[in-house]
Design a protein around this ligand. Structure first.
Ligand code: SGN
Ligand code: CA
Length: 531
């Protein structure tokens, strides 16, 4: 009897452990939802990423709290807004006294691993294994900082390599007796958009539809949209981004934009001779045609030409992300690992693909404020379901902890997505989200702003250089071209949103945008030109 009881207890413990779901968190860098066919079929077909939506749930209103890389990652790991976790910008180091959800899961018995881009300036805590790119990382022949092998350099294409590492860990290091957290984090499709050799000839000959606001003149909003330096015509580099050969620029007398040729030279310098040859070959016809056309091109035509070049390269990098996500999903299917696994696909923020004439992110306008989010969890999430709730990257930490049956620390600020995933949206409470972007003055010159976003409106405060408010009617003006803040017809809405915004700022503890130790240090760095 005692023996039987012992066996029973052991069995229950074992069951309790294996019942806890595995978590695979797949995140790309700067992946716009417009470039995932589950969201939008105009630009690219991504059958593998779409598999996650087919098996699970697609979120139409997922957003970030601060649309920039490292701050978004800090929010994901801590479940806290920027002003609390302190990761104000891409440069200020992550404060490792923060407690992150992987640390908590590891302590609770999860096996943990991270592969790819983190961008914290320091190594992640709470991981049994990691291989991360230093800083932004390189597309070709990238270096990695690893937990067990020191610093290594791997020949090949970064998206394939990160996936190889991920699969190798699943095959050789995963311990079947433990649930696992696997963070699989792509560098692609980050600037400067170098695609894999196998896609070069396909994508450099494609043509893509232009967005409606490619020629936005920014007249309907306050000054930050006009002052930002992320316009495709004016700020995208000819060689460094669009792959115009530097000697062609010289021949045509085209002036550099930023570190244009230096960045091109840096990328070229990383290639092996054969990779470099393939690259030059793939872009040589484009360069020949450009040389002939350029002297007669109007500004409008230059914008159109640069937009096509941008899309070819950006989407080309996504083709490899999709293929590699497919490799991981296939492995999980073939090894019976789908059943009890939460698979998330998201990006650290959205990205402008020519909307408002822009590339990059940072602003609260939809294409960069929103981010793709697809989650599958067989048996728990109804296949092919959708949610229009206002979820955020802030919510991942509490979601994963709750799914693992671990207590969520009371100072985490997100809301668990479990009710939405399990088809109980009536239990979801959030009706408005809070946003705060800080990195200014800095690259792309997007002014600091904070905001409240509801399903119907955005109330935005650009506070740093000038004091300016914007009110966007999301339903009537989905392209976000018109500030109606001073329109008397919106007086009541404006008043109500101001009240809600103050309430949110109080709730999240962001009462004074210019104070707090992190922000003060950031300001000091910014004034000294270190940001
Ligand atoms: C680099 C890019 C910027 C980009 C930042 C932040 N410039 O500095 O265009 O906004 O990264 O990106 S580049 O000339 O170096 O490509 S983030 O995704 O890391 O936030
Ligand atoms: Ca990013």
């Amino acid at each position: 009897m005692i023996l039987l009881l012992g066996i029973h207890v052991a069995f229950c413990q074992q069951k309790a452990t294996t019942d806890r779901p595995n978590i695979i968190f797949i995140m790309s860098d700067d992946h716009a939802y417009q470039a995932i066919s589950a969201y939008d079929t105009r630009l690219i077909n991504t059958p593998n990423i779409d598999r996650i939506a087919k098996n699970g749930m697609l979120f139409t209103q997922a957003s970030v709290t601060n649309s920039i890389c490292a701050p978004s990652r800090a929010t994901i790991l801590t479940g806290k807004h920027t002003h609390i976790n302190g990761k104000v910008d891409n440069h200020f180091p992550f404060d490792t006294t923060n407690i992150t959800f992987p640390q908590i899961l590891q302590q609770a018995g999860y096996q943990t691993a991270m592969f790819g881009k983190l961008h914290f300036g320091n190594s992640p805590k709470g991981f049994d294994q990691f291989k991360i790119l230093p800083d932004q990382g390189a597309y070709y022949n990238p270096d990695f900082i690893t937990k067990k092998e020191g610093n290594i350099k791997v020949e090949g294409y970064v998206t394939d390599i990160i996936t190889d590492m991920t699969l190798e860990w699943l095959q050789k290091e995963r311990k079947p007796e433990q649930p696992f957290l696997l963070m699989y984090l792509h560098k692609a499709p980050h600037r400067s958009w170098l695609m894999a050799e196998r896609h070069l000839t396909d994508f450099t000959t494609k043509t893509f539809p232009e967005p409606k606001t490619l020629f936005d003149d920014y007249s309907g909003r306050t000054s930050p949209a006009l002052e930002a330096e992320m316009n495709i015509l004016h700020h995208m580099a000819w060689a460094g981004d669009n792959k115009v050969f530097p000697e062609v620029m010289d021949e045509l007398g085209i002036a550099e934009i930023g570190f244009d040729k230096a960045r091109y030279a840096y990328e070229m310098g990383r290639f092996t001779p054969s990779q470099g040859e393939n690259f030059r070959k793939a872009y040589s016809k484009i360069n020949q045609d450009f040389k002939k056309a350029y002297p007669a091109m109007s500004d409008k035509e230059k914008m159109q030409w640069k937009y096509q070049r941008y899309m070819q390269d950006y989407l080309g990098t996504i083709q490899a992300v999709d293929e590699n996500v497919g490799r991981v999903l296939d492995y999980l299917e073939e090894n019976n690992l789908m059943e009890n696994t939460i698979i998330v696909y998201t990006s650290d923020q959205g990205f402008y693909l020519g909307e408002h004439g822009w590339f990059d992110k940072r602003f609260i306008y939809d294409e960069s404020f929103k981010t793709p989010l697809l989650i599958s969890w067989p048996g728990k999430i109804k296949p092919g379901s959708r949610s229009d709730e206002l979820v955020q990257n802030l919510d991942f930490a509490p979601t994963f902890l709750e799914a693992a049956g671990v207590k969520v620390p009371s100072d985490m600020q997100g809301e668990s997505l479990l009710p939405l995933l399990k088809g109980e949206p009536q239990k979801w409470t959030r009706k408005a989200v809070y946003y705060h972007y800080y990195e200014y003055p800095a690259e792309h010159m997007v002014n600091r702003h904070y905001a409240i976003v509801t399903k119907d409106y955005k109330l935005i405060h650009y506070y740093y250089v000038e004091d300016q408010w914007e009110l966007i009617d999301r339903k009537k003006d989905p392209l976000e071209l018109k500030n109606v803040y001073n329109d008397p017809a919106y007086a009541k809405v404006r008043k109500q949103l101001h009240g809600q915004l103050s309430g949110l700022r109080k709730k999240y503890g962001d009462t004074d945008q210019l104070s707090g130790q992190y922000v003060e240090k950031f300001m000091e760095d910014a004034t000294q030109g270190k940001v």
